[in-house]
Design a protein around this ligand. Structure first.
Ligand SMILES: *Cc1c(COP(=O)(O)O)cnc(C)c1O
Length: 687
């Protein structure tokens, strides 16, 4: 759009965002204050009007008591000390901040969260959150629609989800729940054998469940397992006495992995001992945490290599699955990342979903979880206000390159996932503490719960009631802020999750990335002969990584030192006021084994680095390194393309980066010990 589109049109587009944020210099402070004050007063009236006949416990005269005065004095002193210290925070809201996955927060959400905190609802249960618990479930429906899931309670499947403290917890939950579901048929078999109850329960195309081996039971299609609790309940009602039904329910509870413990369960069902989870090598480290904490063991987290786009390699995934089938290693789930944390790239979701169907037909089942903690909200770009998927051409029109066909296909295939992690506190522009997980099929709840809803007391499932009364029963967390749900709800009401509303904000992040990407060759050109500026992986979305190598340097260790030098000027220095920083970026490191050999030589030759300096084991610190240092930019600030004086913040950043590169080349500190001396001398000179 950039060159062709007149500046005024771009400005019109941007003006939509004017009221959305407090603003990088607090431009909307008056609006913010006015609304906040109004809402705070409204809260106070609400307090006052709850039994106004009661005498207030704090007397008017209290303000004159010495203890009162002393308390206020100490409180204000400490609050002032706090806010003074907070001035050392990172200015996320400013377009000079291009670092991590955070930016300014949307005013509707910020205000909703601040004011709801005054009411302090706890979404663990409806008694503690009569209003916000319902909002949380509705927020999950909003997110489900954005992702393309069906939410009609009259139909199967109907999505369900909830908020969590963040993507980490959401990812944990996906594995906990999927394990509960996948192991369930094995426990049913145990319970049937233990009670000798003759139920005609058949699965896998009419075969009696009790006669199937563990491998087959673990590999039953997920949708078939989802029906099992209800089918079992129906059969118990029909074929068993109440006493028999009770005995079976007890036996089932006792046979489940949640009761026996994983060690005993795996002893009884050796096939489950090596239950594995497949993730791309680019997966967020929360997956390694999950594998450890949940008792899978990090050895059971199988990392699948990526291709030159930093997307999960389908060839490698196929190979890994074939190996699992051959060795009878059960695959709990394949995790696809939609928006990798380091590169913003998207795993080929459609192809993975197709592979799943194929694999299912061949007896190797796996659940498909999508970690869209980062990229989930980008789905709003693809959603029409009526809920349908926007056509490829019509999405394409709004951009220069985005979305490539594979990118579009991945977003279109989101609805085929079994569960999706999506973080409102990332691209939802909401304050921290708001993550989320959405399940395609709410019947997952029939396998969870502290009071065992699979004990099917009523009509066999929680399907009749789509509002689980006690959220705390089904999820990993206990007490949780209703303010988080309120923030997401209000934001999604003001800016619905479609391309006409929140999608416009998302679109700007992509436009900024396209702009940035297009400006890089000119910078590289100007630096030619002095340094090489390389984009090692073509960006899929709104994250962009850069490598810079001084011309003539062949050593990766030296190139990394150069990058680290640049980064010291682009990162927070706790010893210095943030005001002294011009710009912020972040960094990442690509480990040697993350790159295939072809990619490795492509990137290294573009940089002019000798291949033998990129090693798995470093023998010479001076020249060799086991990872490649990259400057990483998250382009999510809404004002990156806002021109003032003919330049926008991205132009200014690139200019700054160029100067920085030249200055560091001049200093030569990256060369090593000799260079460092030269550097401190030069620094003195500059000062
Ligand atoms: C940020 C992120 C997470 C973790 O989310 P938190 O909210 O930080 O817990 C997980 N996966 C991906 C892909 C992420 O980008």
């Amino acid at each position: 759009m950039h060159d062709e589109t007149p500046a005024c049109e771009q400005d019109d587009e941007l003006s939509v965002l004017n009221p959305c944020f407090l603003g990088s210099s607090g431009e909307n402070s008056e609006l913010f204050e006015r609304v906040l004050l109004d809402l705070v007063r409204d809260h106070v009236y609400w307090r006052r009007n709850f039994h106004p006949e009661d005498p207030p416990p704090i007397p008017m005269l209290a303000v004159h008591q010495p203890e009162y005065v002393d308390f206020v004095d100490r409180m204000r002193t400490e609050l002032n000390a706090l806010t003074a210290a907070l001035k050392r925070s990172v200015p996320f809201f400013n377009p000079r901040y291009l670092g991590h996955m955070v930016s300014d927060t949307l005013l509707p959400g910020l205000l909703a969260q601040l004011v709801t905190t005054l009411y302090n609802p706890n979404n663990v249960s409806p008694e503690a959150a009569p209003v916000t618990l319902d909002l949380e479930l509705r927020v999950a429906e909003q997110l489900a629609c954005m992702l393309g899931f069906a939410i009609d309670p009259e139909r199967v499947p109907c999505a369900w989800g909830h908020l969590a403290s963040g993507g980490t917890l959401a990812n944990f939950e996906s594995l906990v729940n999927l394990r509960a579901v996948r192991c369930y048929p094995l426990a049913v078999k145990d319970a049937l054998l233990a009670t000798r109850l003759a139920l005609p329960l058949s699965v896998a195309a009419g075969r009696p469940l009790r006669e199937l081996d563990d491998w087959t039971l673990f590999n039953l299609p997920l949708d078939e397992v989802m029906e099992l609790p209800q089918r079992l309940a129906a059969q118990l009602r029909e074929h068993a006495t109440p006493l028999e039904a009770r005995r079976l329910r007890q036996a089932l509870t006792q046979a489940r992995a949640e009761c026996t413990g994983l060690v005993n369960f795996a002893e009884r069902h050796p096939v489950c001992a090596q239950m594995s989870v497949l993730v791309p090598v680019t997966a967020h480290y929360s997956w390694r945490k999950a594998a450890k904490v949940l008792g899978f063991g990090s050895a059971q987290l199988l990392e699948v290599p990526v291709d030159h786009h930093m997307r999960m390699s389908m060839a490698a995934l196929k190979q890994q699955l074939a190996e699992c089938a051959r060795q009878k290693i059960p695959v709990l789930a394949v995790v696809a990342v939609l928006g990798t944390t380091e590169f913003g790239t998207l795993d080929p979701l459609q192809e993975i979903a197709e592979l799943r169907d194929h694999s299912r037909a061949h007896g190797l089942e796996f659940a498909l979880h999508v970690d869209a903690a980062w990229g989930g909200y980008l789905a709003s770009i693809f959603r029409e206000p009526d809920g349908s998927l926007a056509a490829y051409d019509s999405v394409r029109k709004g951009f220069r390159y985005f979305p490539s066909a594979p990118v579009y296909a991945s977003f279109a295939a989101l609805k085929r996932a079994d569960s999706v992690t999506v973080d409102p506190h990332k691209l939802g522009y909401l304050p921290y503490g708001i993550g989320g997980i959405i399940w395609r099929d709410r019947r997952v709840r029939d396998f969870l719960g502290e009071t065992a809803p699979y004990a099917f007391d009523h009509n066999g499932s929680s399907d009749a009631d789509d509002r689980p009364a006690q959220l705390g029963q089904y999820i990993l967390e206990g007490s949780k802020p209703g303010a988080a749900a309120a923030a997401a709800w209000v934001t999604h009401r003001v800016l619905p999750l479609d391309r006409a509303h929140l999608g416009r904000l998302q679109r700007h992040t992509i436009l900024a990335s396209e702009y940035f990407y297009e400006r890089l060759p000119a910078v590289a050109q100007r630096l030619a002969g002095r340094a090489r500026l390389v984009v090692p992986f073509e960006p899929d979305t709104n994250l962009l990584c850069l490598a810079v190598n001084p011309e003539g340097n062949r050593s990766l260790a030296a190139m990394n030192r150069f990058g680290e030098r640049l980064y010291t000027h682009l990162s927070i220095d706790p010893g210095q006021p943030v005001q002294l920083r011009d710009f912020f970026s972040s960094h990442t490191r690509v480990a040697r084994d993350m790159l295939g050999s072809e990619d490795l030589s492509r990137v290294l030759s573009a940089l002019g680095i000798a291949a033998d300096t990129f090693t798995v084991v470093v023998e010479d610190q001076q020249t060799q390194a086991d990872s490649l240092f990259l400057l990483r930019h998250t382009l999510m600030n809404p004002w990156l393309l806002k021109s003032r004086g003919g330049q926008n913040p991205l132009d200014r950043y690139l200019e700054y980066l160029e100067e920085l590169i030249l200055a560091e080349l001049e200093l030569g500190a990256w060369r090593g010990a000799g260079g460092a001396r030269k550097h401190s001398a030069a620094r003195k000179q500059r000062a």
